[in-house]
Design a protein around this ligand. Structure first.
Ligand code: COI
Length: 355
């Protein structure tokens, strides 16, 4: 017994579930959600599981005006013998608290959040899809709710967890995507909020994304906000390049998200004795490597997309990576990581958590 009391107010009606073999990302939501409130002086209170429903906020609530909000993304998987697994969920709760600290938001009790999530998953467990390539995407988030137009940290918040059965994040699935290197807009700057998972970073990324997709590119590759020279992230993912047998990913510098998939990939590569290095890497270096035939593979990593191979980069000119095909390392990483996540292969790291 952990002593946590979560009130249960379950729905009398259950929604019709979507076909699990034809799921889009983030379009369907389960029957219930977890919610708890924060009031300055009282702390977090009233954790509860309630029917999935709209929330009511005052139009002056600070979230709408100043964007004081943080979120997370993680996934639950159903194993062949119908167990439900989470992947490194404690890392998400830790990061949620780090993001909150940056946004002057209150810390949550990570154990309570995880316990609440497990309870929610138990209630909605028949929503965890069992078709290959699918999972239940989990979106914990905190919003500032105080009715107040002054720019100051809110005195009230809500922490909510919603669940969505999902298929592939990109329509390309594990097939390579075309990426345009962004030379005008930046995603984040040093000292900003780039390493926090907060709404403003994503809002700021939409314009570049819109421009790129008009030219036929799925995502943009972000360069640093100071010199427009060093690689940061790709779309909403971390990025890796395999050059001459060595795998390189930009080092965490404050403006890059500390991805959990990123960390898992680094650990897998180390386990396989494949050289992997976190360092500054410029777009010029990638360009040169491509010209010299040394750019073997490139891929993005993130919870939603898992691994997204890059088949083409545009910077000054079109740079085709691995003939536009999924590289063998990207494929092996995707298969191993998803295998660990869905319980079909051994988990050498103890990353899985049984619900
Ligand atoms: C994730 O990969 O889980 C993300 O949060 C990226 C995106 C869906 C916003």
């Amino acid at each position: 017994m952990n002593g946590y009391q979560i009130e249960m107010n379950l729905s009398h009606e259950r929604k019709q579930k979507p076909a699990f073999d034809n799921l889009q990302f983030g379009r369907n939501f389960t029957d219930h959600m977890f919610i708890m409130d924060y009031t300055e002086g009282k702390g977090w209170h009233d954790p509860r599981i309630v029917p999935y429903q709209p929330i009511t906020l005052d139009p002056s609530a600070t979230i709408f005006h100043y964007g004081q909000t943080v979120f997370e993304g993680l996934k639950a998987y159903q194993t062949k013998d119908e167990q439900i697994l989470l992947f490194r969920p404690n890392k998400n709760m830790e990061r949620l608290n780090r993001s909150s600290a940056r946004l002057c938001m209150p810390q949550i009790d990570e154990e309570l959040a995880l316990y609440g999530l497990k309870q929610l998953l138990n209630v909605d467990r028949d929503w965890v899809p069992n078709v290959e390539g699918t999972s239940l995407y989990i979106r914990p988030f905190i919003i500032s709710t105080e009715a107040h137009l002054g720019v100051s940290p809110s005195l009230t918040y809500q922490f909510i967890i919603i669940l969505s059965p999902v298929g592939a994040y990109y329509k390309e699935g594990i097939n390579p995507v075309k990426i345009a290197v962004e030379t005008e807009f930046v995603r984040a700057v040093r000292g900003g909020t780039g390493n926090a998972k907060t709404a403003g970073n994503y809002a700021a990324s939409l314009k570049a994304q819109e421009v790129a997709s008009k030219s036929g590119y799925s995502q943009v590759l972000w360069l640093d906000g100071k010199e427009n020279k060093y690689i940061e992230e790709v779309g909403s993912m971390n990025v890796f390049f395999k050059i001459n047998g060595e795998v390189i990913t930009p080092e965490l510098n404050g403006s890059i998200l500390d991805g959990i998939t990123r960390d898992s990939i680094i650990q897998l590569l180390k386990l396989w004795n494949i050289p992997v290095i976190e360092r500054k890497i410029s777009i010029e270096e990638i360009y040169q490597a491509s010209k010299e035939g040394k750019l073997e593979e490139a891929f993005g990593t993130g919870t939603a997309a898992v691994i997204s191979p890059i088949g083409e980069l545009f910077w000054q000119e079109k740079l085709v990576v691995n003939n536009g095909e999924t590289g063998s390392l990207s494929k092996k990483l995707y298969e191993t990581l998803t295998g660990i996540q869905n319980g079909s292969i051994v988990d050498p790291f103890g990353w899985r958590v049984l619900v």
